[in-house]
Design a protein around this ligand. Sequence first.
Ligand code: PMP
Length: 361
Amino acid sequence: MSRVFNFSAGPAVLPEEVLKEAAEEMMDYRGCGMSVMEMSHRSKMFQTIIGEAEADLRELMGIPDNYKVLFLQGGASQQFAMIPMNLFKNRVGDFIITGQWAKKAYQEASLYGKANAVASSADKTFSYIPDVSDLPISEDADYVYICENNTIYGTKYKTLPDTKGKTLVADLSSCFLSEPVDVSKYGLIFAGAQKNVGPAGVVIVIIREDLISEEVLPGTPTMLRYKTHADAVSLYNTPPAYGIYICGKVFQWLKKLGGLNAMKEINEKKAALLYDFLDQSKLFKGTVVKEDRSLMNVPFITGDEALDELFVKESRAAGFENLKGHRTVGGMRASIYNAMPTEGVEKLVAFMKDFEEKHAK
Ligand code: PMP
């Protein structure tokens, strides 16, 4: 068996320990004679799996009791619609546009009401986070929306916006569980699982109870109401059961590691290896302003497209997969999620140094 260092932005690398355990349990999960994939979601066995997953996530993030944790489907993109369908009362949302995912959420919300772009970093190709200390928040805004870590552009909010008392809604897909979070500052957090926590097909929603109500936009399908899933504890219909099981294993892996403070420390050291190299490199350059750099997604360029292409090709041959930047921005991007071993980043930096020696002018 040989495994590559996978720098994909998602679906992404998962902890080897988790994959091994899942492999061991594949044919016969804890003596029940079947895999988790084949098991009824109403069985006691699965109730325990989902119950423990939720309890572990609550413990890891310190989720207050007045928040529900929902394991849903439809990807992070479905939340772009579910959020306005459920949270629009005045049908007004204020959006901070820091990249494509925030823009998509903004466009989707505008199908249901008034979506205002209250700040944007589009003027500099989303290479920074705008000043969010004094935004023109709308009087009647139902919520303020952010994409906290911008997967494509590699930026991350270091301080949350002043929402002037309005509910904060945040897409944490690409930084979920990478560091501690004060859940009480948000009304709703959501994250697609396929970056830091598990296979694609699960999206985790953490929502304050007072935001869950029967009062939704007319025509909102039953499946797209938070209340449906909150009332049924994520078992209204068949949930993405195998995905939830893997998420649960990742939560346990994180707990064993020492929780989110320990994870953050590892992530900071790992990211510093790459950023420190980029900052002194004669060939490579990071594309994000220093103070807004993400710990998870690190975009960089050589400034020469042909050389970028050669780097992606040669790095691939050397066992580093998925270093090509997003199709819309080009260049390179190393996604170094929780499960990327430090060794992977060390080896990548060594490879970049070699490449630089050969190609720097
Ligand atoms: N938000 C962010 C921050 C993302 O990075 C992505 C996917 N890369 C999405 C939303 C969309 O996720 P999905 O494909 O699960 O709909």
